[in-house]
Design a protein. Structure first.
Ligand code: HEC
Length: 93
């Protein structure tokens, strides 16, 4: 899918209008709050037996979850959420 098709698809399924001008949302907190907290809160990111063990794997996991949810995110959006989760919870170097 090219950018335009993704943007059109986003509009059709009623995502926030910030997507309508083809700009990429890079506010990781807003993306996370909007899409990611209905199944698990931050307790998952800080539990003793958490699965994510490196900054790189954090990006992989975010990508996996957004694919499961079929979110039309660009790489920049995946990265901004991973970066937000890292800053808030994981603290990888
Ligand atoms: C449909 C429910 C659901 C939604 C919505 C969801 N997740 Fe998850 N997520 C899960 C489940 C289930 C696990 C695995 C829990 C386990 O391993 O016990 C998980 C695990 C994770 C982990 C790994 C936590 C660890 O163990 O270190 C991360 C990071 C994560 N999700 C990020 C996200 C992000 C980012 C989003 C938004 C794009 C998201 N999740 C949305 C269900 C969801």
């Amino acid at each position: 899918m090219n950018r335009l098709m993704i943007a059109v698809a986003s509009i059709c399924i009623g995502l926030p209008s910030a997507n309508a001008d083809n700009s990429v949302i890079t506010d990781g907190k807003a993306l996370n709050d909007e899409n990611c907290v209905r199944c698990h809160g931050s307790e998952l990111y800080t539990r003793p037996d958490k699965r994510v063990a490196s900054r790189k794997k954090l990006s992989t996991q975010v990508r996996f979850c957004k694919d499961q949810l079929q979110l039309p995110w660009f790489d920049e959006e995946v990265e901004s959420v991973a970066e937000y989760l890292n800053k808030e919870h994981y603290h990888f170097k």
